[in-house]
Design a protein around this ligand. Structure first.
Ligand SMILES: Cc1cc2nc3c(=O)[nH]c(=O)nc-3n(C[C@H](O)[C@H](O)[C@H](O)COP(=O)(O)OP(=O)(O)OC[C@H]3O[C@@H](n4cnc5c(N)ncnc54)[C@H](O)[C@@H]3O)c2cc1C
Length: 406
């Protein structure tokens, strides 16, 4: 293979992982083609949290500046008692993020992050973004990978030195190797809705401790997250409940009566929000990958949800996709002879990192959904501990630089 052909990378999926990988690799001189099956990148989805471990990487890629006008840097994180409505913990976020972790903690709409990444991708001469292009198969050889693309009216073939499977939790690239047994339903559903700031019910406005904040309302087997997006003009709500496996479909219309039943006994102000957004609730079954895997073989690497979809309890889904992408680009040089060792280092580092983050998510779930004496103990602990201790407990997560190991 010639030197220039060796620097061609093919990416399946223009989600958060695929677009970030394209930018990070192009910044190192690789030529990148991104194939996305959707004909257009639409406003589907809702809010995302981006902690400093993600924003410091977006900043280096010059995406953060594009995103900030549409994002919000919350002043604080609140943990609230979902039934009584009382504050259990207030942790200052905005200043702590800048001083302690040297990067902002932000919340935004997923579509705004995707739009900021896409704008940067479109401006980069080394990246070609092809929408309406479904990657239907791949064949990895010793020297390259060939992908087949269904472009609607024709089938195309493209070659790259590397194929990155950034095609999400139900990754077809992963399924082609693992025969579709990888993602399992977690038993949880994320319900998402948003309301314009002026449409927030009065009762909820009165209960919300601070408008410019992330608040997590905790209760028996369920929790409810609230934060502003769209420069503070819209409030994003995520309700996590138990539920049955509805199949592999995202963003279908949810039944707000069932949602209200799952929050029975909760504070009336939360019910006021559930009712106010009644027509809007969408329903997202949460799947996870039990055995994270990056390397399908030496020519095909999975990134983001395709590699390690995890539950959202640590709010790190998008951040892990961004870390994966930047870590891979940091590891790779233009000299293919270095790749086996570089990819092995990348694989080892990222497997350890995503395992630690998934463990943190499991701990959060346990604490958020506790019942009876466990819930009382949790509430006492949250009320008595200093916020400083909670911040220090997050240093390993938010202070991490995904490119340092390379
Ligand atoms: C439409 C959408 C909306 C979302 N909204 C939210 C949200 O509101 N909040 C939240 O926390 N998380 C949301 N997520 C999930 C979140 O983006 C991911 O958990 C996280 O950001 C990791 O991103 P990813 O790039 O690995 O996967 P994803 O963001 O899922 O991106 C995968 C991309 O690959 C494309 N793709 C799939 N198969 C193929 C194929 N065969 N060929 C070409 N392209 C393919 C998909 O169309 C998609 O664009 C959403 C995902 C999607 C796809």
């Amino acid at each position: 293979m010639t030197a220039s052909a060796a620097r061609q990378v093919v990416i399946s999926g223009a989600g958060i992982a695929g677009l970030t990988a394209a930018l990070a690799l192009a910044a190192k001189g690789f030529k990148v083609t991104v194939f996305e099956k959707a004909a257009r990148l639409s406003e589907v989805g809702a809010g995302l949290q981006l902690a400093p471990n993600a924003t410091r990487l977006l900043d280096r890629l010059r995406v953060l500046d594009r995103l900030m006008p549409r994002a919000v840097a919350p002043d604080a994180l609140y943990l609230q008692d979902g039934t009584g409505g009382k504050t259990l913990l207030r942790m200052g976020l905005r200043d702590a993020a800048e001083t302690r972790w040297n990067a902002p903690y932000i919340v935004c709409h997923r579509a705004d992050l995707q739009a900021a990444l896409t704008a940067a991708v479109r401006e980069h001469p080394g990246i070609s973004l092809r929408l309406g292009s479904n990657v239907v198969s791949h064949e990895a050889r010793d020297d390259a990978t060939t992908v087949r693309i269904d472009a609607g009216d024709r089938i195309e073939e493209h070659r790259g030195a590397l194929l990155l499977g950034c095609d999400g939790v139900w990754s077809a690239r992963r399924a082609a190797v693992e025969h579709d047994r990888s993602a399992t339903f977690t038993g949880h559903i994320a319900w998402r809705a948003s309301l314009a700031a002026e449409d927030l019910p009065q009762a909820f406005q009165a209960l919300l401790p601070e408008a410019n904040s992330v608040s997590a309302w905790l209760g028996r087997g369920v929790h409810f997250i609230v934060y502003p997006v769209k420069a503070g003009n819209v409030f994003n709500f995520v309700a996590i409940t138990k539920g049955r496996d509805p199949g592999r479909e995202w963003s279908s219309r949810g039944n707000s009566i069932a949602l209200a039943a799952a929050f029975s006994g909760w504070h009336p102000a939360i019910h006021a929000v559930i009712n106010a957004a009644a027509e809007q609730w969408t329903f997202w079954p949460l799947f996870q990958i039990d055995r994270p895997r990056f390397m399908l073989n030496r020519r095909v690497v999975l990134l983001g949800d395709a590699a390690h979809a995890m539950t959202p309890f640590a709010a790190q889904g998008a951040a892990m996709a961004i870390e994966d992408a930047c870590a891979l680009a940091a590891a790779l040089t233009g000299d293919e002879a270095d790749w086996p060792a570089a990819l092995a280092r990348f694989d080892q580092e990222r497997l350890a990192r995503v395992a630690a983050v998934a463990r943190r998510g499991n701990l959060n779930r346990f604490a958020y959904h506790a019942v009876g004496p466990l819930a009382l103990g949790r509430n006492m602990l949250l009320r008595s501990c200093s916020p400083e201790r909670f911040l220090a407990d997050l240093d390993w997560l938010y202070g991490y630089d995904g490119t340092r190991f390379a």
